[in-house]
Design a protein around this ligand. Structure first.
Ligand code: ZN
Length: 207
């Protein structure tokens, strides 16, 4: 059973959104090619889904500006612009994404006192989203993932997939992903590779 996991391909992370990843919209046609390829038995998307005033937002911390480090529940936390607030257009999946072919959407980031980069669990690793159990129940043995942003939500999702789905072959599709910081992207790809994630391009996934 082969699954595709599309990470946070949302308006908020594309140009024009509140937390745009450079060229984030360019993952959409590649993701659509993967969705339409017939290679996958199961297609899942994650969706950053914050309540207004979420603790990862700089606006929730007096004196803090976006992209500064701060703290949340006593732990270091990047201060983000307000983004992907539940029910807003910013939180919707990109309108060109073939959402009609997505089998399941895993929302994340609802708890205001902890951030959730990974689609599998909160950053403090205390609360699970349920996605690992869902994929296990479906009998997934191969998991390809891609999306936004490589150096945050994609990386943490890939590493959690390796940790939480033992025996599943996890692959990161590089050209179907974009990151926030070029240095961070390189580090993230190195880290994924070191931890057992295979790095591929969409042509490998389609072969
Ligand atoms: Zn977020």
């Amino acid at each position: 059973m082969k699954a595709l996991l599309l990470i946070d391909i949302q308006n908020g992370f594309c140009p024009g959104g509140n937390l745009p990843v450079p060229d984030g919209n360019q993952v959409v046609p590649v993701a659509n090619t993967l969705i339409d390829s017939g290679q996958y038995d199961l297609i899942v998307a994650s969706q950053d889904w914050h309540p207004a005033g979420h603790g990862s937002f700089a606006s929730a911390h007096p004196g803090k500006k976006p992209f500064e480090m701060g703290t949340l529940s006593g732990k270091p936390q990047m201060m983000w612009p307000d983004h992907c607030v539940q029910g807003t257009a910013d939180a919707e999946l990109h309108p060109d994404l073939h959402v009609g072919d997505i089998d399941f959407i895993q929302q994340k980031g609802q708890n205001p006192s902890v951030d959730s980069y990974s689609a599998f669990r909160d950053n403090d690793q205390a609360a699970l989203t349920g996605l690992a159990a869902y994929l296990r129940d479906k009998g997934v043995t191969e998991l390809d993932l891609c999306g936004l942003a490589t150096d945050y939500c994609v990386k943490f999702s890939a590493l959690d997939a390796v940790d939480m789905l033992p025996g599943v072959n996890v692959r990161f599709i590089e050209d179907a992903s974009r990151g926030i910081d070029p240095v961070g992207v390189k580090t993230a790809i190195d880290e994924m590779r070191t931890r057992g994630v295979t790095v591929i391009d969409s042509k490998d996934a389609l072969a």
